[in-house]
Ligand binder design. Structure first.
Ligand SMILES: Nc1ncnc2c1ncn2[C@@H]1O[C@H](COP(=O)(O)OP(=O)(O)OP(=O)(O)O)[C@@H](O)[C@H]1O
Length: 458
C-alpha cells in the first residue's frame, strides 16, 4: 500500500511497466487522485528518465461556474513545478440528457487531440481502486451481463490510436491523500463528487459507512475475477472467429455452419455478439438473451433473422451476416475522422471537394462482380449497404482510397470497439479487425506483459 514514506522502488512499480518512450499526457482535474498521479509520475520520471516529455492537461467542461478558475489553479501548480500544462475547453453543444457520457467523450477526445499534437501515444488518468469498486457496484446494480463486472480495464484504446492507462487502479484514494497531506499539497474538491443526486456519489457515500470497507474489498476481488474471465472468453471467442469466419465480399461475413454447434458454446455466443455488433455498426454488443436464442435456432434450421442491425441469413452453405438495408446514413459530405455508420473511419486530407458519401445502393450493387461461391443475392445485398463516394450522380471508387486530387480513405472499423477498446477485449478486437480489413490496433503500452494483457494474437 502507498504511504508517505513509500520507497521509491515501490512507487516506480506503478509506472515501470509502462512504455513512456513517446512521453505521457497526464489528465489532471485538480482533484486528489489526479494531482497525486501527476506528482508520482513526475517523481518517477525525474528519477528514471528526466528527458521524457510530460504534458499535464486539464479539460474545462464549462459545466460549473468555477471550472475555469480551477483549471488555472492546476496550471499554476504545474508551472511551479516546471511541468508543461494545457487547458482545453469543451465548446460544442451540451446535451440535455446523457451529459456525463457526453462530457466523458469530449474529455477523452480533447486529451487525445492534445497527445496527438505532441506525438505522444499515452494518456494517464488518476482512477483509483475506490473508483473501481464504485464502478463495479454500480454495474452490479444494473443487472449487467457480467462483462461489466470486470470494471475499468487497466488500459483502454481511444479511437483505435491512443492508449489511456490507469496506473493507480490498484491504489486506494486514502493513501494518495495521505501522501498529498504529508507533502502539504491541497487539492480541489469537486462538489458534484458529493452530490447524492448522482449515482456514483451515492455509492461512494455508502462505501464510507459501516461495512463499506468489506464491501469494497469484495467488489474489488469480484472485479479481478471477472476481468480474468473476460480476458479468457475473449481469447476463446477470437479463436473461433479466426477458425470459422471469413469475409467473401466487403460488408459480408460468412460463418461455417459448424460455428453454431461448437462445443465451446459460451465462446460462440460471445463471438456472435461481437460479430453482430461489428457488422451492424453498433457500439454495444448484441443482446445476450436474444443471441442465446438465435444461436440455438442456428443449430437446426435455415433461417433469416435481424438482430443488432444485422441480417443473419443461415443457409446450407453457411451463416451470412450483413448490415440490414434500413436506416443507413443519408448522403453527406465526408468529414475528417468521422465514423460512417460506425463501420468506416473517414480520413480526409483536403476538403470534401463536392463529394458525398452514400450507400452504394442495390442498383449499383447488381452490377458488381461477385465471386461464384457466395449466394449472389446475399453478396449484392451486403454490397448495397457499403459506403460509396459520389460526385453528383457519378460514382467514384466505392471502396474509398485516393480519388484524384482528393485523398479520402474509408477504412473499416471494429464497431463495438472503434471509440473505446478496453484491454480486456483486445483479442477478439484483433480477430475482428483481421476479418473485416481494419488496421491492427497499436500494441498496449506495457513492457513485457503483452500476452497477459490480451495482446495475444497480432
Ligand atoms: N476536467 C478534467 N481534466 C482532466 N482530466 C480529468 C478531468 N476530469 C477527470 N479527469 C481524469 O479522469 C480521472 C477520473 O475522473 P473523476 O471524475 O473520477 O475524478 P475527479 O473527481 O475529477 O478527480 P480526481 O480523480 O483527480 O480526484 C481523473 O483522475 C483524471 O485523470
Amino acid at each position: 500500500m502507498l504511504t508517505p514514506d513509500t520507497k521509491p522502488d515501490l512507487l516506480d512499480r506503478l509506472f515501470s511497466d509502462l512504455d513512456l518512450s513517446t512521453g505521457a499526457v497526464a489528465a489532471v482535474s485538480g482533484g486528489s487522485d489526479s494531482t497525486a498521479l501527476l506528482l508520482l509520475l513526475k517523481d518517477h520520471l525525474d528519477r528514471t528518465a528526466p528527458a521524457t516529455r510530460l504534458l499535464a492537461v486539464t479539460v474545462d467542461h464549462g459545466l460549473r461556474p468555477d471550472s475555469a478558475s480551477e483549471a488555472r489553479l492546476v496550471q499554476r501548480f504545474c508551472v511551479e513545478r516546471g511541468i508543461a500544462h494545457r487547458i482545453l475547453s469543451w465548446h460544442g453543444d451540451k446535451p440535455a440528457t446523457g451529459l456525463p457520457a457526453a462530457a466523458r467523450e469530449a474529455r477523452y477526445r480533447l486529451l487525445a487531440e492534445a497527445a496527438d499534437a505532441e506525438g505522444i501515444k499515452l494518456i494517464l488518468t488518476g482512477h483509483t481502486a475506490d473508483d473501481q469498486a464504485e464502478t463495479v457496484l454500480m454495474r452490479q446494480a444494473r443487472d449487467d451481463d457480467g462483462r461489466g463486472l470486470a470494471g475499468m480495464a487497466p488500459a483502454t484504446l481511444h479511437d483505435w490510436r491512443t492508449w489511456i492507462v490507469r496506473p493507480l487502479l490498484g491504489t486506494r484514494r486514502a493513501a494518495l491523500r495521505e501522501m498529498l497531506r504529508a507533502r502539504d499539497i491541497s487539492w480541489i474538491e469537486d462538489p458534484t463528487n458529493i452530490d447524492i443526486r448522482f449515482e456514483r456519489p451515492r455509492v461512494r457515500a455508502k462505501l464510507g459507512q459501516g461495512d463499506g470497507e468489506r464491501r469494497m474489498a469484495e467488489a474489488l476481488a469480484r472485479s479481478e475475477q471477472a476481468a480474468l474471465e473476460r480476458l479468457d472468453i475473449g481469447r476463446r471467442a477470437a479463436t473461433l472467429i479466426d477458425a470459422f469466419a471469413d469475409r467473401p465480399v466487403p460488408g459480408l461475413i460468412r460463418l461455417d455452419r459448424g460455428f453454431a454447434a461448437h462445443q465451446d458454446g459460451e465462446a460462440a455466443l460471445y463471438a456472435l455478439r461481437i460479430l453482430l455488433a461489428a457488422v451492424g455498426g453498433m457500439s454495444f454488443l448484441a443482446d445476450e438473451a436474444r443471441c442465446v436464442a438465435l444461436l440455438s435456432r442456428l443449430r437446426s434450421a435455415p433461417l433469416c433473422a435481424t438482430l443488432s442491425r444485422t441480417v443473419v441469413d443461415a443457409r446450407r452453405t453457411g451463416i451470412f451476416l450483413r448490415r440490414e438495408n434500413r436506416n443507413l446514413p443519408a448522403a453527406l459530405p465526408p468529414s475528417n475522422n468521422q465514423l460512417w455508420d460506425n463501420r468506416r473511419r473517414i480520413t480526409l486530407k483536403d476538403g470534401p471537394g463536392g463529394l458525398v458519401i452514400a450507400p452504394l445502393g442495390s442498383a449499383a450493387a447488381r452490377q458488381a462482380s461477385v465471386s461464384e461461391d457466395v449466394p449472389q443475392s446475399v453478396a449484392r445485398a451486403a454490397l448495397a449497404a457499403e459506403p460509396a463516394l459520389w460526385r453528383g450522380a457519378e460514382r467514384l471508387d466505392f471502396t474509398g482510397g485516393d480519388t484524384g486530387p482528393q485523398a479520402i480513405s474509408m477504412v473499416p472499423v471494429v464497431a463495438p470497439f472503434a471509440r473505446f477498446l478496453p484491454s480486456f477485449d483486445l483479442a477478439p478486437a484483433v480477430a475482428v479487425a483481421a476479418l473485416v480489413g481494419a488496421p491492427l490496433p497499436p500494441a498496449p503500452p506495457f513492457h513485457g506483459h503483452d500476452g497477459e494483457r490480451g495482446w495475444a494474437k497480432a
